[in-house]
Ligand binder design. Structure first.
Ligand SMILES: NC(=O)C1=CN([C@@H]2O[C@H](COP(=O)(O)OP(=O)(O)OC[C@H]3O[C@@H](n4cnc5c(N)ncnc54)[C@H](OP(=O)(O)O)[C@@H]3O)[C@@H](O)[C@H]2O)C=CC1
Ligand SMILES: O=C(O)C1=N[C@H](C(=O)O)C[C@H](O)C1
Length: 257
């Protein structure tokens, strides 16, 4: 049985992950990292700790839905403390430094990083690559909508979608992304890719990639209607990752897309 550890166990996704792990007969909830304290009941044999190394030493694979600083601590255990455990990382909002730590750590352990653990968004990324390349004259604008508590913007998923769109046109996203428009901004430039955020209520996650031209447009939407789409997706890819060689894997690798 695959022993799974959680980072971000008290969060919106982490609490669902605890329940989903309990329901899956191929995995066992073995360790939980708590930043502060855990309100939820877990079986007595589950290790509950605020020490990242203790968590990693007690499990076969770690699933992380937390915050960039917590993921950084996890990656630092691999890079500086010689801890060798496969990591499924779902946290978003990393700085450049944290992205580099992810790459460094993936030379030492298998890491699957995905800004969205749903099958639908994995397919959407492929559709966006195709549409962006084929409809090369169309203007691309991405809108993401999330619940009022989300702290990072734009969402990791929107940035990944934008990355697929940019790459398909040989563009550098850092140079063409526009994530705000206000005032006398002038006409839209051909290559820019708009990535805009709306926040409100309890929206689990909605992404729209629009490709607009004179006389026609396409809008590709994905809506997550249940948050455990992400926790279940993470468990699925954890099973796939556990015996892999050190490398940085995408969800497409795990899903065979
Ligand atoms: N890839 C994907 O499919 C998805 C990714 N996400 C991403 O996952 C992350 C978590 O989302 P969500 O559950 O909504 O967020 P929450 O804010 O609800 O939960 C965050 C969790 O991280 C913990 N945490 C925060 N800071 C630290 C720290 N420094 N050390 C250890 N633990 C810490 C919190 O602990 P405490 O409660 O004690 O503060 C809490 O358990 C976000 O980055 C989000 O964007 C979300 C959904 C899907
Ligand atoms: O914070 C969230 O809730 C979500 N975060 C991820 C992101 O930033 O893309 C994935 C999902 O959309 C929900």
């Amino acid at each position: 049985m695959l022993k799974v550890g959680i980072v971000g166990s008290t969060g919106r996704v982490g609490t669902l992950l605890i329940d989903d792990l309990k329901k899956d007969s191929e995995v066992q909830l073995a360790g939980i990292h708590v930043f502060d304290k855990l309100e939820k009941d877990v079986p007595s044999d589950v290790i509950v700790t605020n020490d990242m190394k203790v968590l990693m030493d007690s499990v076969d694979v770690v699933i992380d839905f937390s915050a960039p600083s917590a993921t950084e601590e996890l990656l630092t255990q691999v890079i500086d403390n010689n801890v060798r455990k496969p990591l499924v990382i779902a946290t978003t909002g990393f700085s450049k430094h944290q992205q580099n730590l992810l790459i460094e750590a993936s030379k030492l352990v298998p890491i699957l990083y995905s800004t969205n653990m749903s099958l639908g968004v994995a397919v959407l990324n492929k559709l966006v690559s195709l549409a962006s390349k084929t409809l090369s004259d169309f203007d691309i604008e991405i809108v993401e909508q999330h619940h009022r508590y989300k702290v990072d913007s734009p969402s990791g998923t929107a940035l990944t979608l934008a990355e697929h769109a940019a790459r398909a046109r040989d563009l550098d996203l850092d140079k063409v992304r526009v994530s705000g428009r206000d005032g006398d901004i002038g006409a839209r430039t051909k290559d820019e890719i708009g990535v805009m955020s709306l926040r409100g209520g309890d929206i689990v996650g909605r992404h729209t990639v629009g490709l607009y031209n004179d006389g026609e447009f396409i809008e590709l939407h994905h809506t997550a209607t249940a948050r455990n789409t992400f926790s279940k997706g993470a468990i699925k890819v954890a099973k796939w990752l556990v015996n892999k060689e050190p490398s940085l894997y995408s969800i497409n690798d795990a899903l065979g897309l």
